[in-house]
Write a protein that binds this ligand. Sequence first.
Ligand code: COA
Length: 135
Amino acid sequence: MREDGDILLSLVAEIDGEVVGQVTLSEASVGGSEGWIGLGPIAVTPARYHQGIGGAMIRASLDWARERGAAGVVLTGADTYYPRFGFESGEVSYLTTPTRFTMRHVLNGPPASGEIVFCWRAAGSGIMSAHGLRL
Ligand SMILES: CC(C)(COP(=O)(O)OP(=O)(O)OC[C@H]1O[C@@H](n2cnc3c(N)ncnc32)[C@H](O)[C@@H]1OP(=O)(O)O)[C@@H](O)C(=O)NCCC(=O)NCCS
């Protein structure tokens, strides 16, 4: 993504100078409506799971996107994790991913619905799995 210039923001979480988490934000559209931001990949060092680091990075990403005037944030991910941050499924889709795993969080709106297009896919840079691996 970096090589292709697709990254809008890359946040890292640090503890005592050690990077323990990272989240990447990029441009996306929803149902042909521009102004959305795609969240992911996101990852935390396994030894640091369950300490709120992932949540802190997601909240910081939402704050940044809101202040930037984004319509909202979209992602593909676990339906047992992201709803706690305000993400909802049912309105957006992504390729053949089951729709319960495709979510949006409306910020400034309007609340578009439909197919998500991530900029890195539009640029032909590959399809990314839920774990951030290029396929
Ligand atoms: C997902 C991830 C970033 C969460 O980071 P984290 O710092 O542990 O998250 P938080 O501490 O804010 O929240 C932890 C809670 O989220 C839940 N959670 C984390 N990943 C989850 C998942 N994939 N499905 C369901 N719940 C999940 C845990 O149950 C945990 O709750 P608990 O502490 O009450 O047990 C981290 O687990 C990770 O790096 N996973 C591997 C990469 C990955 O799967 N990225 C997401 C791709 S969609």
